[in-house]
Design a protein around this ligand. Structure first.
Ligand code: SAM
Ligand code: SF4
Ligand code: SF4
Length: 375
C-alpha cells in the first residue's frame, strides 16, 4: 500500500515583530482601516481542537494523531482574552463571536462568557456575544451557557441525512444529537438560532431542499454557505462550490419560493431571503461568488493570541507577546495603539481579488487553517 503525504508548512509561526508607537492616543471607538472600514466585529478562537473531522475543514488525513495541536500553555487564558476583548471594544467592537475549533471543548467556557458579558460598548450598550458550535455538546451545555450570559448560538449542520452527515463530519456523529442540541438551545432561550450549512457539490447539495423544509417549520434561520478555499488542507476546487444564486433557484424550483429582504445591519455577511408564504427566512453567505470585502469589519484573534485582519491572511500579529511581556511594559493603552496601527494599515480584500486569479494561484496561497483562526 502506498502512503499518502500531504506537505504542510506551519504558517502559524509566520509573524512580524510589533512595535508600540511613540505617541499613545486614547481610543475613540471610531477606528477605520485604509479602505474606511470600521472595526465592529471580533471573532475569538478559543481552541484549535475539534471532535469532528469535517472534510471541508479538518480532513482526517491531515488532522490525524500526528498533527501538532497547540499546547495548553500557548492558549490565551480567559483573563488575557478578556483584556484584549476590552481593548477591542474601546476601538468600536460591538459584536464578539466565540469559535474555534469546537469552542465547547474549551474547559470552563462558561466562565469566559461570564467575563465577556461584563464588557460594555463605549456608549454603555451591551456587547452582542455569540458562539458558533458543531452542536455536539450543546444538549448538555445549553442551559449553562445561557446562565453564564450568552445571548444566542449558531449551530453548524450540513445535512438531515445521517449517512451524508456522517460522511461530512467523518466521526460517525448522528444528525439527531445535533438536533437535540438545537432544541436544548431553543429551550434555554439562546435564540434566534442560526443554522449554518456548508454546501459542497456532489456531497450534500441534494440536502438543500430537505434542510430548508425542516427548518422552515422551526423558528431557526438556516443559512447556506458557499464552500470556501480556507486553509491549505481541504483540497478546495472551484467546481465544488454551489453558488448561492443556484441554491435560491433550487429552492424556488421546489416550490419554496423566496424574495430578497433587507439586511439587519450594514456589513452583515448573510444575504436574507424570506419565504413568499410569509413563514420564515433563509440566508445565503456567498463568500466566493458575491464578495463582501468592501464592508468587512471583522478582526480575528487566534487561539494563541495572534490578530488576523482577514480570514485568508497568510500571517498574524502576535498580541500575546505584548500581553505576556514579563517586564509588564505594555499597558492597555500601548496594546490599544498597536492594534490601532495594524487596523489603520489594513487593506485586505482577498475574496474580491480571488475572482481575478486562476484556480492554481488560489490554491498556492499559503493560508492558515479555519480551525485555528476561527470561522
Ligand atoms: N466547530 C464550530 C462549528 O463547526 O460550528 C466552530 C468553528 S467552524 C471553523 C465555523 C464555521 O466555519 C462552521 O459553520 C463551518 O461550517 C464553517 N466552515 C469551515 N470550513 C469551511 C469552508 N471550507 N467553507 C465554508 N465554511 C466553512
Ligand atoms: Fe470542527 Fe467546526 Fe471545523 Fe467541523 S467545521 S471540523 S466542527 S471546527
Ligand atoms: Fe473580510 Fe478577508 Fe473575507 Fe474579504 S476575504 S470579507 S476582507 S475576511
Amino acid at each position: 500500500m502506498s502512503e499518502k503525504f500531504i506537505p504542510l508548512t506551519d504558517y502559524r509561526q509566520r509573524e512580524q515583530t510589533l512595535t508600540v508607537p511613540d505617541r499613545l492616543i486614547e481610543p475613540d471607538g471610531q477606528l477605520k482601516d485604509s479602505l474606511h472600514r470600521p472595526l465592529h466585529d471580533l471573532r475569538i478562537s478559543v481552541t484549535d481542537r475539534c471532535n469532528f473531522r469535517c472534510v471541508y475543514c479538518m480532513p482526517k488525513e491531515v488532522f490525524d494523531k500526528n498533527y501538532r495541536f497547540l499546547p495548553q500553555t500557548s492558549l490565551l487564558s480567559f483573563e488575557e482574552i478578556t483584556r484584549v476583548a476590552r481593548i477591542f471594544v474601546a476601538h468600536g467592537v460591538k459584536k464578539i463571536r466565540l469559535t474555534g475549533g469546537e469552542p465547547l471543548l474549551r474547559k470552563n467556557i462558561e466562565k469566559l462568557i461570564e467575563m465577556l458579558t461584563k464588557l460594555k460598548a463605549s456608549d454603555g450598550s451591551d456587547i452582542d456575544l455569540t458562539l458558533t458550535t458543531n452542536g455536539s455538546l450543546l444538549a448538555r451545555k445549553a442551559q449553562g451557557l445561557r446562565d453564564a450570559g450568552l445571548s444566542r448560538v449558531t449551530v453548524s449542520l450540513d445535512s438531515m441525512n445521517d449517512a451524508t452527515f456522517k460522511q461530512m463530519n467523518d466521526v460517525d456523529f448522528p444528525v439527531s444529537d445535533v438536533l437535540d442540541g438545537i432544541d436544548a438551545a431553543h429551550r434555554a432561550g439562546l435564540g434566534p438560532i442560526k443554522v449554518n450549512m456548508v454546501v459542497k457539490a456532489g456531497l450534500n447539495d441534494s440536502e438543500i431542499i430537505p434542510m430548508a423544509r425542516y427548518f422552515k417549520a422551526t423558528p431557526h434561520i438556516l443559512r447556506f454557505i458557499e464552500y470556501m478555499d480556507v486553509g491549505a488542507s481541504n483540497g478546495w476546487k472551484l467546481n465544488e462550490v454551489i453558488p448561492s444564486a443556484k441554491v435560491i433557484q433550487i429552492l424556488n424550483d421546489a416550490g419554496l419560493s423566496l424574495l430578497p429582504t433587507q439586511a439587519n445591519y450594514a456589513g452583515e455577511t448573510a444575504e436574507r431571503w424570506r419565504y413568499l408564504d410569509g413563514n420564515g427566512e433563509v440566508g445565503v453567505i456567498s463568500s466566493v461568488t458575491q464578495t463582501f470585502c468592501h464592508e468587512c469589519s471583522r478582526a480575528r484573534l487566534s487561539t494563541e493570541g495572534k490578530l488576523y485582519t482577514c480570514l485568508f491572511a497568510t500571517h498574524g500579529h502576535d498580541l500575546r507577546s505584548l500581553l505576556r511581556d514579563e517586564h509588564h511594559l505594555h499597558s492597555d493603552l500601548a496594546i490599544s495603539n498597536v492594534i490601532a496601527q495594524l487596523w489603520k494599515k489594513r487593506s485586505d480584500r482577498y475574496s474580491e481579488l480571488r475572482s481575478q486569479q486562476t484556480e492554481e494561484l488560489i490554491k498556492s496561497r499559503k493560508k492558515i487553517e479555519m480551525s485555528y483562526i476561527g470561522g
